[in-house]
Design a protein around this ligand. Structure first.
Ligand code: HEC
Ligand code: HEC
Length: 138
């Protein structure tokens, strides 16, 4: 009996970890929470570190929204974004929009204006309309 209880405990713990693959309180959890509330949390590797820096430096004027964070959270999230950023011109845009980077435009050039204008899509930023909730996994 003791052995069975021990086994159940171990299995139970494994299940609990599977459900919480993102550790609560981690930088990734913070990023998902803060940057995934209005839209999907856009994957860091799709934009250059320069663009992330400039975007995180102007969150009070964020594409028409105010997404300001306290300094501590801003620093943690920026660190995570920078460490995982894409590199090179392909991942950079003057607008700091992923949807206006050269790789994005090239990857999406088979989509017609009519498809972009579909009422279920409306915005190039609405990744989840075509890709589901996650793009590139996490
Ligand atoms: C208060 C709501 C809100 C929060 C919070 C928010 N955003 Fe946004 N974000 C927006 C809006 C609105 C847009 C513009 C969407 C559009 O044009 O359709 C946007 C657009 C973006 C884009 C450009 C998308 C594209 O077209 O490529 C990026 C990148 C981005 N946000 C990153 C972030 C990051 C990083 C955070 C967390 C620090 C964050 N956002 C938090 C509202 C928010
Ligand atoms: C109108 C639908 C649509 C929207 C909106 C859209 N995509 Fe795509 N995306 C596609 C299609 C179609 C492809 C090409 C798939 C292929 O060729 O296999 C693609 C390809 C991609 C690829 C490369 C292939 C892959 O799946 O890894 C990435 C990464 C990607 N999109 C990310 C994004 C991101 C990030 C956004 C939002 C900023 C976005 N997409 C918005 C339809 C869309």
């Amino acid at each position: 009996m003791k052995r069975i209880i021990g086994l159940l405990l171990v299995l139970g713990m494994n299940l609990a970890y599977a459900d919480n693959s993102v550790q609560p309180g981690s930088n990734i959890a913070k990023w998902k929470e803060e940057c995934g509330s209005c839209h999907i949390p856009y994957p860091p590797q799709l934009l250059s570190a320069d663009n992330w820096q400039s975007l995180m430096g102007s969150l009070n004027r964020h594409f028409g929204a105010n997404a300001e964070l306290d300094a501590k959270d801003n620093k943690r999230i920026l660190g995570f974004l920078e460490r995982n950023a894409g590199s090179g011109k392909l991942y950079s845009s003057a607008s700091r929009r992923i949807s206006e980077t050269p790789w994005f435009i090239r990857e999406h050039d088979s989509i017609s204006p009519g498809e972009w204008a579909n009422p279920d899509v409306r915005s190039h930023s609405n990744c989840s309309a075509c890709h589901g909730k996650t793009v590139l996994g996490d």
